[in-house]
Design a protein around this ligand. Structure first.
Ligand SMILES: [Zn+2]
Ligand SMILES: [Zn+2]
Length: 286
């Protein structure tokens, strides 16, 4: 078969992402984390498969209008601007739920609920739409009632779609954004990194956008009092926790100042599972 000269090579020919090699190395070092690591590898493979099918949305962005939206403190992505193909979404939603059940990250009853939901578009679609809206305005928006217990499934299933959209928004300058939620989709930070220049970048739990935030303040409640934020590091100094003594939530951070590689969200969130246990033992919540 001859390939059409203007046809790009299939994107599946790309080499495996560095995350998979790092996760494989981590599994050898920390066998206790094997199940979480294997789940993460399967999720990465799923995301790679689906991303080849997703169009890059919003080819003609009105960058000026989006920057103006940001200046009023509102995230730039609205749900109606997403080019979300619901049948693609249902496929990812079902696949994520199956993987989570296989690696015991989702119990049988919740798995059954995902099966029912993925057959009932009139329940699944409003649930996801409402889930998206609660991030942008958590103070007033109610989380959808069907969502309880399935938050992680929806978040992971939406990630490829939101991350793809976030790529399109990379052209919009978010440097003046000072809120603790994501400038693109309004999501909460899931993780953070300290850059070699000693900036703290938060990483969105939904679309994986990174944005600069005050190096110490709590992104969840805005508390900036130094004596009300507890910070502790792993022995090797690679990871750190910032825990807020006002709202009792915590954020994990990868310190890249003396590290051989930059942060890898899929790797560092799993490598720090023991830190989550330590933070929760001290009475903080994710
Ligand atoms: Zn986001
Ligand atoms: Zn707080």
């Amino acid at each position: 078969m001859t390939r059409h000269p203007h046809h790009p090579p299939p994107r599946t020919e790309r080499p495996a992402p560095p995350e998979i090699a790092e996760l494989t190395r981590l599994r050898a070092e920390q066998p206790d984390l094997a199940s979480a690591i294997d789940l993460q590898i399967e999720l990465l493979k799923l995301e790679r498969r689906i991303r080849t099918r997703l169009p890059l949305p919003l080819s003609s962005l009105d960058v000026g209008a989006l920057a103006a939206r940001l200046r009023t403190g509102r995230p730039i992505l609205r749900f109606e601007d997403l080019t979300l193909n619901w049948s693609d979404f249902r496929f990812v939603f079902r696949s994520v739920a199956e993987l989570m059940r296989r690696f015991e990250a989702l119990d049988e009853a919740d798995y059954r609920r995902t099966e029912t939901l993925s057959r009932e578009a009139d329940r699944l679609e409003p649930m996801v739409t409402q889930w998206f809206a609660t991030a942008a305005d958590p103070a007033t928006a109610e989380p959808p009632p069907d969502l309880a217990g399935l938050e992680a499934v929806v978040q992971l299933a939406m990630r490829p779609f939101l991350a793809r959209s976030a790529e399109a928004f990379a052209v919009v300058d978010c440097s003046a954004w000072t809120r603790g939620c994501c400038p693109v989709c309004g999501g909460e930070p899931e993780f953070a990194t300290i850059t070699p220049a000693a900036d703290r970048l938060l990483i969105c739990s939904r679309c994986t956008t990174r944005w600069r935030f005050d190096p110490l303040a709590c992104p969840f409640c805005g508390n900036a009092a130094r004596d009300r934020v507890t910070s502790f590091a792993t022995r090797d100094g690679r990871y750190r926790i910032y825990a807020c003594d006002d709202c009792r939530r915590y954020l994990k951070v990868y310190d890249a100042r003396h590290a051989a590689r930059p942060v890898l969200l899929a790797v560092d969130t799993v490598a720090t599972l023991p830190l989550d246990a330590a933070a929760m033992q001290r009475g903080y919540q994710a």
